[in-house]
Design a protein around this ligand. Structure first.
Ligand code: ATP
Ligand code: MG
Length: 212
């Protein structure tokens, strides 16, 4: 049995065509269903539905053989025990620093001010500001980061941006681009050895199906 860990929503939607290319079709739609384990047309393949940020953990411990997770999530997790053979080029966006429209980020940085930064991506933010030599106090949030600068919780946020519409709607501006984000296939290293004859052909098909 091969178990693939996925999150609902955008990753699930954008992964369906790749699964389809490998001849894998879920027998149910996870959105209306409350089931966390979905069978597929292939008796040897099942999908498990987990929080996006939990995908690397399921794969690391071998509870799933394969998983699909954003680079944002993988960077925070650290990637221990995970083989990352393939960038699937889906769920693309950018990790950025953003502040209120009125906030003069460049001069705050130039003057060596200590910045308060709210984010779900504490590891990523810590590394980014350390590399720039900017002193920050990090405030961990679990969502709706855009609110933090508006109500005085922080000077800046580190968050994913795609169109920029959410920033704009909240009177925020992006001031730094940290990295390009897309979703990656991750594989449990032991599974890859023990189930090589099943997993390797799947990897080959996924890699051909990825659109550049
Ligand atoms: P949860 O909703 O459970 O708190 P989440 O917000 O991380 O988790 P999603 O919004 O489904 O879950 O995001 C899943 C992944 O999709 C993210 O880890 C990221 O890689 C990518 N992603 C997030 N926002 C965007 C976006 N606006 N455009 C493109 N890709 C995105
Ligand atoms: Mg979300």
């Amino acid at each position: 049995m091969i178990t693939i860990a996925l999150s609902k929503g955008r990753i699930f939607e954008e992964t369906l065509p790749l699964l389809q290319a490998a001849g894998i079709r879920p027998t149910e739609d996870p959105e209306p269903s409350r089931k966390l384990i979905l069978s597929t047309n292939r008796p040897d393949v099942r999908l498990i539905i987990v929080r996006a940020s939990d995908v690397p953990t399921y794969v690391q411990y071998g509870a799933a053989d394969l998983g699909i997770a954003g680079k944002d999530v993988l960077d925070e997790h650290g990637g221990i025990g995970l083989y990352q053979p393939l960038d699937l080029n889906i769920a693309r966006c950018r990790m950025m620093v953003a502040v209120r429209n009125e906030f003069d980020y460049d001069s705050a940085v130039r003057q060596g001010a200590r910045l308060r930064v709210a984010t779900k991506y504490v590891q990523t933010a810590r590394e980014h500001f350390a590399a720039k030599g900017v002193h920050v106090d990090l405030i961990k949030l679990y969502g709706s980061m855009e609110l933090a600068p508006l109500v005085g919780l922080s000077d800046a946020i580190v968050d994913l941006v795609s169109s920029g519409n959410t920033l704009k709607a909240n009177h925020l501006k992006a001031v730094e681009n940290i990295s390009a984000i897309s979703s990656r296939l991750v594989v449990n290293q032991a599974s890859l050895k023990l189930k090589h004859s099943t997993i390797q052909p799947m990897l080959d098909i996924f890699s051909k199906a990825v659109t550049q």
